[in-house]
Design a binder for this molecule. Structure first.
Ligand code: L3W
Ligand code: SF4
Length: 429
């Protein structure tokens, strides 16, 4: 039996938490507990505001997507709400598969009704009668808890034909992934739900216009949706007072690796990486690097721990927040092996649909294997050329970001330094 969710939330019970405030303190099976802890007050508020009012609050909050791309949620919601084509669909992306990411799992296992309520609000605001919760196949406990929460909500009239007597109909169907990372890409999810191979579609058209079954579709990550609850409870403007101007609210970070207290941490945007790591027990003098943003992210050096954890701050430092991965590596870790593992992951998970990614991820892994045996500057040059081709010409985010971590390890950490030139012999001169 896997350890329960509480073990993954070192801050459980801290009254300053927003997104994690119920995790580890309420019974995730009990709708009564959820309501007693403030559940369903946000949906009631949504009904008072009306669909347009909800979209306005989300826009005013400055909420941006938490899956890695940070697209403004208010713009997405307004775009779906304004589409004349019907029906509209809602898809919650719960296919959390980025290596080192486990925040959505903690939310779903520890506070499943929050996601059900947040999906209901999103559907109400954007005119969706049907929602799909696309959940990672390797999350059986989260799936069971959500199945239970959906059934309990339906039994109490919180899902179904006429929610709380408001004349609004909405229901949620769970679809389980089957182990492919690419099925977390939003358009690959649509193909998977429709019964096709989980391959990304070319964008545009964006899902807001033509998504699931060719209809306007709102796709948001679990954490993005759960943020809508505090936004409605306190108002968008109040929500936006936490964090920075461009990164509002709080963020869940998945801290793992060589730290004393790994787990999911919730902090306001703007705290520094050093402050976050202090919460997790601090780092040792043997710290070598921190991988920020996951396999598609970048390495940060020990001298850069004062980087502010915001979208703009990490971008300015040549890194990314991604989905919130903070993987701490000390000098006991063989970095070349970590890079090989990342390259193997992308090669394995590439759907193979487009050449730059299908071939590039293989070439990248081969070059890293050669480099781990003997540094050769030709292989570093090859990695750069292949990496640039993947970034420029791949259809989706997997191929576009498959070289990010390797590039940053070479450029920022000095992995695979160029061999010193062989001194020229006196005869040659
Ligand atoms: C309407 C436009 N909508 C963009 C929408 C688009 C999508 C969102 C972001 O994710 C990230 C990467 C990694 N009109 C629009 C529009 N949209 N322009 O905005 O779009 P995009 O294309 O920037 O990003 P994306 O392909 O959705 C790429 C991260 O994902 N990643 C892995 C993430 C893994 C997890 C996890 O395991 N939980 O999140 C890998 O690449 O950080 O930034 O909805 O439709 N003009
Ligand atoms: Fe598939 Fe890779 Fe192309 Fe994405 S970039 S569509 S994963 S082959």
């Amino acid at each position: 039996e896997e350890p329960d969710v509480r073990a993954a939330v070192p801050q459980a019970g801290d009254p300053s938490l927003v997104l994690l405030r119920r995790v580890g303190t309420v019974d995730p099976a009990s709708l009564d507990d959820y309501r007693a802890a403030g559940g369903y007050a946000a949906l009631r508020r949504a009904f008072q505001l009306g669909p347009l009012g909800v979209v306005q609050e989300v826009a005013e909050a400055g909420l941006v997507g938490r899956g890695g791309a940070a697209f403004p949620a208010g713009r997405k919601w307004a775009a779906v709400a304004g589409q004349p084509d019907r029906p509209h669909y809602l898809v919650c992306n719960a296919d959390e598969s980025e290596p080192g990411t486990f925040k959505d799992r903690v939310l779903m296992e520890g506070d499943p009704y929050a996601l059900v309520e947040a999906m209901t609000i999103a559907a109400y605001a954007t005119g969706c009668a049907k929602g799909y919760l696309y959940i990672r196949g390797e999350y059986p406990r989260a799936t069971r808890r959500l199945e239970h929460a959906i059934a309990a909500a339906r039994a109490r009239g919180l899902l179904g034909d006429d929610l709380l007597g408001q004349g609004f109909a909405f229901d949620i169907e769970i679809r389980r992934g089957a182990g492919a990372y690419i099925c977390g890409e939003e358009t690959a999810i649509f193909n998977s739900i429709e019964g096709y191979r989980g391959e990304p579609r070319s964008k545009p058209p964006f899902p807001v216009e033509k998504g699931l079954f060719g209809k306007p579709t709102l796709v948001n990550n679990v954490e993005t949706l759960v943020n809508v609850l505090p936004i409605l409870l306190h108002g968008g403007a109040a929500y936006a007072r936490t964090g920075t101007e461009a990164s509002t609210g709080t963020k869940l970070f998945c801290v793992s690796g060589n730290v004393p207290r790994p787990g999911v941490y919730e902090v306001p945007f703007g705290v520094t990486l050093r402050e976050l790591l202090t919460l997790a027990g601090g780092t040792s003098p043997s710290l070598r690097a921190v991988l920020l943003g996951g396999a598609a992210g970048a390495f940060v050096r020990p001298g850069e721990l004062d980087i502010p954890l915001t979208f703009e701050g990490t971008r300015a430092a040549g890194a990314t927040l991604g989905s919130g991965v903070v993987l701490v590596l000390d000098d006991s870790v063989d970095l070349a092996r970590i890079l090989l593992r990342i390259a193997e992951f992308f090669r394995d998970e590439s759907c193979g649909q487009c050449v730059p990614c299908r071939v590039g991820t293989v070439r990248q892994e081969e070059a890293l294997h050669r480099l781990s045996r003997a540094p050769r500057s030709e292989d570093v040059t090859l990695l750069r050329e292949v990496g640039q081709a993947m970034r420029d010409a791949s259809i989706c985010g997997l191929g576009q970001t498959a070289w990010n971590a390797v590039e940053s390890a070479i450029d920022r950490l000095g992995v695979f330094p160029a061999p010193s030139p062989v001194p020229s012999s006196p005869e040659a001169s």
